[in-house]
Design a protein around this ligand. Structure first.
Ligand code: PEP
Ligand code: MG
Length: 561
């Protein structure tokens, strides 16, 4: 039974699950003051005292929150609290106030100076600029007597509403208090969606401007699968749905791999990782191995290309998390939304359609050769049963596939390609025979099939992997893969959606790779269905007129399975 109420808002559901709680808003950042007023000389000391009192209050509040938090979250809060009373920052603010600036503008100027310094230092220092700006905003709000920006303090449970969430806002999200996330903007691959998936919190993005009208304190029912937000829901019915969701979550937590359908059809469930830490987390999950190691994520802050030895050490850290299992490692997918200073062209008009992924190696084969040497060196140290598969991102032609496969095989590596450019699916008969395996990247395949920027907060309805056009390209790829006996996986966010996992299995995909937190839900879903039911779900999804229709029809089908 679906929940109805006095008002319904429809967004794009990105993490399934139900929640029922009062709304809270992430408070907006204050407008930054401009240069202007001058503080008279005799008032400057008092102005500086006002500044230090505000900074101290912000630090104390953050420390109190740190005391109530655990692990990484506590550390983030403590580090941010220290920044608020950092001697260098206070000294700089004092200097600004002594030259006549009001306290709030002094905070802006002092922050600008440190941001410039941190950015020049690069690496981890550069990453701290977001936290420093966060402190600045909190101090300015305190000075102005406006509510503290960012995440509010939640004592009970709440549905968190925001325009879109910044990384700093999400660092300290606590699942015990925040039971769902809903954003006005954002898309299925936005930062909010990725964090929600990691934490496994029901999440709806792109709910639109209607959401902005909702007042804090309004009780909301959220359905993270359909993207429905209901105001004025019947309390008993909503609570019953949430209880049902909790039972399902508990069942999922009990699921143990390896994955198979009810009638014994095996599907490998693997994890997507970005570095050694994520790989070790994945090793704790039910994932059988790694289906996508995004190597570019290990080098986002590197200012120059790491040596072959340095790279091999980084790759070994990931391999070591799965000593005897399959690890699919992807060569650099630099460019577009993942710029890497040593491997990205500057100033392209359309970077998503530009020199990214394998295309970088066309004019710089040595860069690719060195990476493959490093992968081969790290792979050699693995156990005899361990499989190391290497794939290239953004392959578009048979010639590229053949060329890449040749470079891998020269080094004794198993060679594959991502299917994320629609041309590869359309030309699969010519391309797949060159390869040992393929892996479908549904994030980019959807972006390029639907001609919709995957980062656009306005196009979530198009960048939805349930789009039948995308599923039909996957269907085609699977048919050709079967004819040529080439294993086919899916490693985009689609694999994180349990019902889509059933559809993809029905289409003939052999392995699914997603955030390790999503693995058990997909495994549990598959264990409840026969292969034939998955095939029926695939037919229904491919025949649907659109993404919403497909998702709804499959949901009904599986509910009755
Ligand atoms: C994809 O495009 O689906 C994919 C897995 O690659 P990335 O998200 O890293 O572009
Ligand atoms: Mg991609």
């Amino acid at each position: 039974m679906s929940i109805t109420g006095t008002q319904e808002i429809l967004g794009t559901g990105v993490v399934a699950g139900y929640a029922f709680a009062d709304a809270v808003w992430v408070r907006p950042r204050p407008e930054l003051p401009q240069a202007g007023g001058v503080i008279a000389e005799e008032l400057r000391e008092a102005e500086y005292e006002r500044f230090t009192a505000a900074a101290q209050e912000v630090a104390d509040r953050l420390k109190r929150r740190a005391a109530g938090a655990e692990g990484d979250a506590a550390q983030v809060l403590e580090a941010t609290a220290k920044m608020a009373t950092d001697r260098g920052w206070l000294k700089q603010a004092k200097k600004n106030i002594n030259s006549g600036h009001p306290a709030d503008f002094a905070a802006v100027r002092a922050t600008e100076k440190f941001v410039a310094m941190f950015e020049a230092a690069g690496g981890l220092m550069a990453e701290r600029t977001t936290d420093l700006k966060d402190v600045r905003d909190r101090v300015i709000a305190e000075l102005n007597g406006t509510p503290e920006p960012g995440l509010p303090q939640v004592d009970g449970t709440a549905v968190l509403l925001a325009d879109d969430l910044a990384p700093a806002d999400t660092a300290t999200l606590d699942k015990d208090h925040i039971v769902a996330l809903v954003t006005v903007l954002g898309g299925p691959t936005s930062h909010t969606a990725i964090i929600a998936r990691q934490l496994d919190i029901p999440c709806v993005v792109a709910a639109g401007l209607e959401l902005e009208e909702l007042q804090a304190g309004t009780p909301l029912f959220v359905d993270g699968a359909t993207g429905q937000i209901v105001v004025g829901a019947d309390e008993a019915a909503a609570e019953a749905k949430v209880a049902e969701y909790r039972e399902t979550s508990a069942r999922i937590a009990q699921w143990r791999g390896p994955a198979q359908t009810k009638d014994g059809h095996r599907v490998q469930l693997l994890a997507n990782v970005a570095d050694g830490k994520a790989a070790r987390t994945a090793a704790e999950s039910q994932a059988e191995g790694i289906g996508l190691y995004r190597t570019e994520m290990s080098f986002l802050s590197a200012s120059q290309e790491p040596t072959v030895e340095e790279q091999a050490a980084v790759y070994s850290e990931v391999f070591d998390a799965f000593p005897e299992s399959k690890v699919v490692i992807r060569t650099l997918d630099a460019g577009s939304d993942k710029p890497i200073s040593y491997a990205t062209l500057e100033e392209e008009d359309n970077p998503a359609l530009g020199v990214r992924g394998l295309r970088i190696a066309r004019d710089n084969e040595e860069l690719l050769a060195r990476q493959l040497d490093a992968i081969a060196a790290a792979a050699q140290k693995r156990g005899a049963d361990a499989q190391t598969w290497v794939m290239a991102p953004m392959v578009a032609t048979a010639h590229e596939a053949q060329w890449f496969a040749g470079l891998c095989r020269e080094r004794g590596l198993t060679a594959g390609a991502m299917v994320e450019v629609p041309a590869v699916a359309l030309m699969a008969e010519k391309i797949l025979p060159h390869l040992d395996f393929v892996s479908i990247g549904t994030n980019d395949l959807t972006q390029y099939t639907m001609a919709a920027d995957r980062l656009s907060p306005h196009l979530a309805y198009l960048t939805d992997p349930w789009q039948p056009a995308v599923l039909r390209l996957i269907q085609r790829t699977c048919e050709v893969a079967r004819e040529h006996n080439v294993p086919v996986g899916v490693c985009g966010e689609a694999a994180a959606d349990p019902q889509l996992a059933a559809v993809l299995t029905g289409l003939g995909v052999n392995s699914l790779s997603a955030a390790s937190s999503a693995v058990a839900a997909a495994g549990a879903q598959l264990s409840e269905l026969t292969l034939e039911q998955c095939q029926e779900a695939a037919r229904v999804a491919c025949d649907a007129a659109g993404a919403v229709e497909g998702r709804t029809a499959v949901r009904e089908l599986l509910a009755n399975a």
